[in-house]
Design a protein around this ligand. Structure first.
Ligand SMILES: Nc1ncnc2c1ncn2[C@@H]1O[C@H](COP(=O)(O)OP(=O)(O)OP(=O)(O)O)[C@@H](O)[C@H]1O
Length: 869
């Protein structure tokens, strides 16, 4: 049963509110009205029963606000005031004898309740530690929005002043127009937030609709998200002890959520908020789902929700379903994100991230740069990042891991990070400025890079060929097998993924056809739950052509990432390689032939070449404009690389640069139209491409066909010419043989051709004579050699016999000599013993030596010399 700790009483109260109770009647009952949120979040609530956006408005506003409390008699009777007073902090402080609670301006709060007729409920417990109840008004007039402190995919978050309490709060303004397809999510987020009651979970105080936005009031987390903090001050991630503290608090929040049957589904650094006191809270419940929901809600467990980099493989592979273990995977990815400053695969486009997560080994802390991390941290991460969800530990179990057991309290470790940092809103502004600057730079850089690439290209080829256009044509015709294979592989994977693995409930966020807004849709893959909660990635709606178009666009990145792909190891590795530096110039694509291979640029080189580039740019433009349409379609300058908003492709798709490509520009350079062989059609060629588009279709087809066939034809031609050379050689040698054999075959017929016979006969006789001479010479040499061999053998045998004889003769002498030496031994007894032994062993020794010499004789007789004497 989906049961929230602070929802128990509400449930009791709403027991007599049936699902069929007309909304109008609910409004009339003050307690019912106050509990509508809870009611709608209860399992019996079905969004289909009400209309959207009416449901949303009803879910997030308290209808009682439409009438003053005083105007209703039941309110007096059922007034919350005595209740509030009873549990007021002052009262509790008296009870506990603690002075702390008295510091909270409860009197004003209650007074506020008196003065403010629109004050509706809301019974909110002040976290698990206390039971202070605060009521926040749902009147926008009571809130003064001060500074923007964050922007998400669908919301802007403000620091605001809640005037009645003179308290700083955060107000998340969610644009209902912008997310009209996700009203269900918004409703759910507001509800979930209001039901939360855990020190590590951001609780929603209240929510209400203001014009076309939904305002969710929540505690202000003065340091923003941990992602934001990394961006501002720790681009390469935090120290291990800080990570431990942040993760432990997050894990506590997850444990709480999971215990209460909820899956967060969007755990990432961007949703882990920090307070100035070091408090860590998990936020953003936009895609949170209940595990025990039935019907439509249950089906949503099979939907494709989250942000690709943090998404568990089972979430990407819908059909099998997933559970709270998906959060554990995201938690593991978040650990890597906090350790490196970015999530694994964060620099890749979403489609590629999906494929890499599914195909590669799970990322981990296995690289050189990760040496600084402890074994227990690495182990903890690897426990979370197991592809088989059943093998991942629960949050509860993970909390018992030594890594967390030794974690410091966040008040100690996290707080130390925050020293000397400007206020959050100033940081946000600075970051926005920086982002805008980078975006402008990037736009500039894209044209500069192109020009630079062209210069490099020109320089590289000018040494041996000055006809640039001709070279370009040639180069465009070179097919990069490796790339093609790679592309094929990826495309195949993607096709399989879509055709075979994606079930019908895999959805696509937008109801529009994919092709209509490819760029934004691709980028927003993370937000792909449909309004009805069912999957939207409908297979039949996902046209293959669209997929191919995505792949095409995706393949633009392939060049960018070609090198990084080598370490495509999971790890983030891989690819998760180091985040791209701000000013880092994007690497040029690799080319096959060395003269065409542009060198990898570095910053200084880039600066140094700026002048040169500027000079040549005008020349290049003139040159490019002279290109005819067909050439432009086939070639164009070196690869135009895609722009990206941020070096750290960070969080979910967002509107600001805090995230992986924000706009279509960030994802796919509008200039990079298409890849042809090793080149892409770039901005300079867009006009030409347009021109080519204006050409009759048949012409384009023919030129396309030609561009495809040309390399093959060239290859064929090359092969044919080499085969020709071979054939010629063969023919030549065959002709020579033929002449010889013809001579031989013609010999018998010579008699019948007397006219040529004389000549041929003479030649044959001569050849025969020569052959005979050679033969006799050879014979003589053979005889000589045989004689020499026999002589050598004889000599060897003689030597052997001599040696052997000497050996045999020497034995008695040895014996005598030995005996003599024995006699010189003083003791007779010893002499006798030695003699006996000698007499005993001598025959044995002689026999052994005899055999050895016999064995060696045939082989080394000459070398055998028995020099015993
Ligand atoms: N209570 C808060 N206090 C301070 N800053 C906040 C608070 N809530 C959110 N923020 C900031 O606003 C940013 C965006 O908020 P949030 O993540 O809730 O929006 P979102 O639209 O749901 O984003 P996304 O879907 O991209 O994760 C956060 O990353 C954080 O920096």
């Amino acid at each position: 049963m989906h049961c929230w700790p602070n929802a128990g009483s509400s449930k009791r109260k709403i027991r007599y509110i049936t699902a069929e109770t007309p909304p109008g009647r609910l409004d009339r009952h003050p307690i019912h009205s106050a509990r509508i949120d809870t009611y709608q979040s209860s399992p019996s609530y079905s969004p289909q029963q009400s209309r959207v956006p009416e449901v949303l408005v009803r879910a997030v506003t308290s209808p009682i606000m439409s009438r003053p409390h005083s105007a209703r008699w039941p309110y007096r009777f059922l007034s919350l005031r005595p209740f509030i007073s009873f549990f007021s902090p002052t009262f509790l402080a008296k009870l506990k004898g603690s002075g702390k609670a008295a510091e909270i301006p409860r009197e004003r709060e209650i007074e506020g309740a008196k003065e403010e007729p629109q004050l509706v409920e809301t019974m909110m417990k002040g976290g698990s530690g206390g039971s202070a109840k605060k009521a926040y008004s749902v009147s926008p007039a009571d809130y003064r929005l001060l500074d923007e402190v964050g922007q998400g995919a669908s919301a802007t978050v403000y620091r605001a002043m809640y005037i009645p309490f003179n308290e700083i709060v955060a107000v998340k303004c969610m644009d209902l127009d912008r997310c009209n397809s996700n009203l269900d999510d918004i409703r759910r987020e507001a509800q979930t937030m209001s039901l939360m009651d855990h020190p590590n979970v951001v609780k929603g105080y209240c929510s209400f609709v203001v014009e076309h936005t939904l305002w969710v009031v929540m505690p202000f987390m003065a340091e923003g998200s941990s992602l934001h903090l990394m961006k501002v001050a720790y681009p390469n991630g935090f120290e291990e002890h800080v990570i431990g503290s942040i993760l432990k608090e997050t894990l506590k929040a997850l444990e709480y959520l999971h215990k209460h049957g909820s899956i967060h589904r969007d755990v990432k650094a961007g949703n882990i908020l920090l307070d100035s006191s070091g408090v860590v809270k998990l936020s953003d419940f936009g895609v949170t789902a209940g595990m025990f929901d039935k019907g439509d809600r249950q089906r949503s467990r099979n939907t494709f929700v989250g942000t690709p980099c943090w998404m568990a493989p089972e979430v990407m592979q819908p059909g099998g379903g997933y559970d709270f273990k998906a959060d554990i995977w995201s938690f593991g990815i978040t650990a890597l994100e906090l350790a490196h400053g970015h999530a694994p695969f964060s620099k890749y486009p979403p489609m590629k991230v999906l494929l890499m997560t599914l195909q590669n080994a799970p990322p981990g802390l296995d690289y050189d740069r990760d040496r600084k991390f402890s074994k227990s941290f690495k182990e903890m991460v690897s426990m979370c990042l197991v592809k088989d969800q059943t093998k991942r530990p629960t949050a509860e179990k993970l909390l018992k891991h030594p890594f967390f057991k030794n974690a410091k309290p966040p008040e100690l470790s996290v707080k130390s990070l925050l020293a000397d940092l400007p206020p959050l809103w100033d940081r946000v502004k600075a970051l926005e400025l920086k982002d805008a600057e980078q975006l402008a730079l990037k736009k500039m850089a894209s044209s500069e890079q192109e020009a630079l690439s062209m210069i490099e290209y020109q320089r590289a080829v000018s040494a041996w060929n000055f006809d640039l256009e001709d070279l370009k044509i040639q180069a465009s015709l070179i097919v990069d097998d490796e790339n093609i294979a790679d592309a094929k592989e990826d495309d195949e994977g993607l096709r399989n993924f879509i055709n075979n693995e994606a079930p019908s409930n895999v959805g696509y966020t937008s109801e529009k056809p994919l092709a209509a807004d490819k760029n934004s849709d691709i980028q927003n893959l993370g937000d792909i739950e449909g309004p009805d909660g069912s999957g939207l990635f409908k297979k039949n709606e996902f046209l293959e052509t669209d997929v191919l178009e995505i792949i095409n666009q995706d393949s633009i990145y392939r060049y960018d990432n070609m090198k990084l792909n080598n370490d495509s190891d999971p790890s983030t590795s891989t690819h998760d390689a180091e985040p791209r530096q701000e000013n880092e110039v994007v690497k040029e694509p690799q080319m096959c032939s060395s003269p065409l291979r542009p060198s990898v640029q570095n910053n200084s080189a880039k600066r140094g070449r700026n002048l040169e580039r500027a000079e040549s740019e005008s020349q290049l433009r003139a040159e490019r404009s002279s290109c005819d349409a067909q050439k432009a379609a086939n070639i164009c300058g070196p690869l135009m690389l895609p722009n990206r908003a941020s070096a750290n492709s960070l969080s979910a798709p967002t509107l600001s640069s805090i995230g992986y490509g924000d706009s279509p520009e960030d994802k796919f350079s509008s200039n990079a139209v298409q890849i042809k062989g090793r080149f892409s059609v770039t901005s300079e060629n867009v006009d030409a491409v347009k021109l080519s588009n204006e050409l009759p279709k048949e012409n384009i087809n023919i030129s396309l066909l030609a561009s495809i066939l040309m390399p093959h034809l060239q290859n064929l031609a090359r092969q044919t010419s080499s085969q020709q050379v071979l054939l010629t050689d063969l023919l030549n040698s065959m002709q020579q043989n033929d002449i010889l054999s013809s001579f031989q075959t013609e010999i018998p017929s010579q008699k019948s051709k007397p006219e040529v016979d004389v000549l041929i006969k003479a030649e044959i006789t001569e050849r025969e004579r020569l052959l005979l001479v050679k033969f006799s010479e050879l014979q003589a040499r053979t005889i000589n050699l045989t004689d020499e061999l026999t002589a050598a053998r004889l000599k060897n045998i003689q030597n052997s016999i001599y040696n052997y004889t000497v050996f045999l003769l020497s034995q008695p002498i040895v014996f005598i000599k030995l005996s003599k030496s024995i006699t010189s031994v003083s003791s007779w007894k010893t002499q006798r013993e030695v003699s006996y032994r000698l007499a005993l062993f001598f025959p044995v020794f002689s026999l052994i030596f005899h055999n050895i010499s016999l064995l060696c004789l045939p082989f080394k007789s000459s070398s055998l010399s028995f020099t015993f004497i």
